[in-house]
Design a protein around this ligand. Sequence first.
Ligand SMILES: *[C@@H]1O[C@H](CO)[C@@H](O)[C@H](O)[C@H]1NC(C)=O
Ligand SMILES: *[C@@H]1O[C@H](CO)[C@@H](O)[C@H](O)[C@H]1NC(C)=O
Ligand SMILES: *[C@@H]1O[C@H](CO)[C@@H](O)[C@H](O)[C@H]1NC(C)=O
Ligand SMILES: *[C@@H]1O[C@H](CO)[C@@H](O)[C@H](O)[C@H]1NC(C)=O
Ligand SMILES: *[C@@H]1O[C@H](CO)[C@@H](O)[C@H](O)[C@H]1NC(C)=O
Length: 485
Amino acid sequence: MMMTMHPQDQEFPLGICLTTLILLGSFVSVGGAALKLEAPADVGATVLNHSMSLVQRMEGLLAAGNGSDVTLRVHTINTDEVKVIQAHSLVLTMQSDVFEEMLLNRINGTVVLRETPDSAAVFDKFIRYLYCGDVSLRLDQAISLHKLASKYHVWGLQQGLTQYMTQHLSSDSPTGHVVGWYNYALQTGDTSLRDSCLQYLSWNLSSVLQSQEWGSISEDLLLSLLQRSDLILQSELELYEALEVWIDQNQPETKTVETALRAVRYGMIPPHYLFRLQKQSALMQKYYESIRDLLYLAFQFHSASPITLAKYFDVNCSIFTPRNYLSSSWGSPWIINNPTRDDRSFSFQTQLGPSGHDASKRVTWNSLFSPRWLPLSARSTYTEMGAMQPTRTDGGRPRIIVTPATSSADFAGVSFQKTVIVMARQQGKVVVRHVYNFHQSTEEAGDFLAGADLQRRASDYLIDSSLYLHVVIKPLYHTLLVARK
Ligand SMILES: *[C@@H]1O[C@H](CO)[C@@H](O)[C@H](O)[C@H]1NC(C)=O
Ligand SMILES: *[C@@H]1O[C@H](CO)[C@@H](O)[C@H](O)[C@H]1NC(C)=O
Ligand SMILES: *[C@@H]1O[C@H](CO)[C@@H](O)[C@H](O)[C@H]1NC(C)=O
Ligand SMILES: *[C@@H]1O[C@H](CO)[C@@H](O)[C@H](O)[C@H]1NC(C)=O
Ligand SMILES: *[C@@H]1O[C@H](CO)[C@@H](O)[C@H](O)[C@H]1NC(C)=O
């Protein structure tokens, strides 16, 4: 896929203004008159806009090398490949202080540059950007260009590339690109890109686990993913099976395998599967001793009620904490057509909890979506007479409340955290855009669908004029406040 990127800060027009200033500057100094760059806006003037043909001329200038005053010899490190570019010091200096420094220190008309093979491969594109202010690139060229932009301090291009990467996490690529971008961001200390990649991987984990990319993730990335409670995936069993694949492919040292295996939330795997793993998974058999305590704890978890369990264990630990599982025992998708039209309700069932003790119990949930809900305080105002007056009902915000259809004694010792996963379209793909956690109402989250602008037909949150949600119910066990035995 070829993408054309136009930096929003209009690199090229800026370049032209500076050129004009510099050229005029040398004349002006003779006449001694002051020249202002910012002329007052011409009221009623017509713009003749030939910037496109100017860009074409600049491109031609680079291609033909007319009037070149510097030769760039680009050596590919560890090879004898050399690329020669006839360039113009004015353009290079204008775009990059690194080039400026090099050109000041040059002895003759040649500047020798050394680049890695991947940077050398995109060097033409990079130089072209300096002349023309635009660049077309593929997913696999983003890092090389970003490296060049950073090395030569071409900040506009660097920022544009970071933005490009953040927006193309979900694009198709044969071998995957997000893990590579994550590693690059880690290495360069770009925390915002790193976090975007990590969040993307966490929120799209089922796809990642099934992709070729999964085997290539680093140990550090694997362990940081395993720690997270916000992973979105089918089930904990899916994660365990993917971990087996990763360990098989990477053959890491024992300590890593143990750390990874201890990060699996065994309590979230139903006991009959857990038993099967214990008997049939070669990996689990090999490392049985290092996770024996966790398996024992998980089986205890499966055989007791929440209240009983809390008497003996600190239940506030990760082994008992669900992640965002998409399988049907944990929640349900909810597609709301024309969401701004009116309030919508929806019922679905989940298991009472992940414990084998509650395996046969179900809870029915009622959820209510209101497109324009107003908090009570905003709904009516007191007039001078002290009477209540209803105000206009528009201007409210979307809200979802999720409540159990019946209350039950079985709920003792458990509270239910609700998570609403919101999908949106990005670069033509349906991706997870937000995850909201709350107990009863999305009001608790504060910013539910803020900025989604559902009234607008073109809102990215509307997929075929529908809002795509997935509601997950996560039972959380309470720790008893009394001293534990
Ligand atoms: C001139 O045209 C280009 C595209 O043809 C456009 O991006 C730019 O904004 C225009 N400039 C002005 C001053 O109208
Ligand atoms: C460059 O020079 C050649 C002749 O040497 C000329 O034909 C061509 O038009 C020039 N190009 C530019 C962009 O000035
Ligand atoms: C220019 O200077 C470099 C050293 O900076 C040298 O290697 C090169 O041979 C010189 N080229 C010419 C044409 O003198
Ligand atoms: C559970 O533990 C986490 C940290 O491990 C802590 O932040 C949280 O407040 C604890 N919750 C309860 C209810 O004790
Ligand atoms: C997950 O990634 C795939 C491509 O790897 C993409 O097609 C899909 O839209 C993504 N889904 C989500 C929920 O992010």
